[in-house]
Design a protein around this ligand. Structure first.
Ligand SMILES: C[S@@+](CC[C@H](N)C(=O)[O-])C[C@H]1O[C@@H](n2cnc3c(N)ncnc32)[C@H](O)[C@@H]1O
Length: 277
């Protein structure tokens, strides 16, 4: 350890930690990320009174250990904000929901926010649904967020944000319509929260969810994965979708040249993928 509180790792510990992170999360780091690993993992050594990264590796070898969850929480990058990139939410409002309602007279709508981080994407979808359907009690609408990090899942369930967080992506009008402001914190109103739930899920592990969702957003995560894990992610996302269900990925992301389960579609410049029926 050096004076800054940073615990330094050996080359062998670095290689083993990179492999552990890849196996646990799919996140593909390389040896240039030594400083990132040291700065994010040093607090774990400190908090759990662990003497070395070799000892940390022994503790995290047990998947369900609190040290392993702390490592996953520390390594994942959870950057997100309301209505991120705008156009996927226009696509949802102007195309995906109207198409779904035309096909689906009983008004059941099930949407997933996969790799949801602290919930801003899922709550943005709930705002779009409210602004499209008006009366949420008139339809069977469900939005479910999933993430591998227990820390962000807990934050998402709370649905409470700072002023800075709500101002990132939301107009004053949406802030006052959809949030209760208490002591300078902004909590999503119960009407929206009643249709949104969250759960911890590694999207690279077998999913218990089977062909339930009409629409899945999974944005700004696949670029962290190597090819084998990208393919596994898309297979898993396909398995969550009903036939002809829709997958929306991030603006800089793509499905490898043979999407297999998906047909690529383009609606006024917005790309999405439809599961083969
Ligand atoms: C950059 S955030 C993106 C959040 C949101 N989708 C957006 O676009 O704003 C990436 C999220 O992916 C999650 N993540 C990383 N690997 C994952 C995995 N294997 N399974 C589930 N979630 C994962 C991280 O915890 C993080 O919250």
């Amino acid at each position: 350890m050096v004076d800054s509180g940073l615990h330094l790792m050996t080359d062998q510990e670095l290689v083993m930690l990179i492999e552990h992170v890849r196996v646990q999360t799919g996140i593909n780091l390389d040896e240039s990320k030594r400083y990132l690993l040291e700065s994010r993992l040093s607090p774990i050594l400190q908090n759990f009174s662990i003497g070395s990264y070799t000892e940390l590796l022994e503790r995290v070898a047990v998947d369900s250990s609190i040290e392993n969850q702390a490592l996953i929480n520390a390594i994942t990058t959870n950057e997100t904000y309301f209505f991120r990139d705008g156009h996927p939410f226009d696509l949802l409002k102007n195309k995906l929901i109207p198409d779904l309602l035309k096909r689906n007279q009983n008004k059941i709508i099930k949407i997933a926010s996969a790799a949801c981080s602290s919930g801003q994407e899922a709550y943005s979808m709930a705002m779009v649904l409210k602004e499209t359907l008006f009366d949420l009690s008139d339809s069977m609408v469900e939005i479910r967020g999933f993430d591998i990090s227990s820390k962000v899942v807990t934050a998402a369930r709370r649905g409470e944000y700072s002023k800075f967080e709500v101002q990132r992506g939301l107009s004053e009008d949406r802030i006052s319509r959809y949030f209760d402001c208490v002591n300078g914190r902004y909590q999503v109103k119960p009407e929206l929260r009643s249709i949104v739930t969250f759960g911890k899920q590694n999207l690279l592990k077998p999913l218990s969810i089977k062909a339930e969702y009409h629409i899945v957003f999974c944005r700004n995560v696949v670029n962290y994965f190597e090819d084998k894990d990208r393919a596994l992610l898309f297979q898993n996302l396909a398995s969550m979708l009903v036939p002809c269900g829709v997958l929306v990925i991030g603006a800089t992301e793509f499905i490898n040249d043979k999407p297999g389960n998906f047909i690529k579609k383009n609606e006024q410049g917005s790309v999405y993928y439809e599961k083969v029926g």
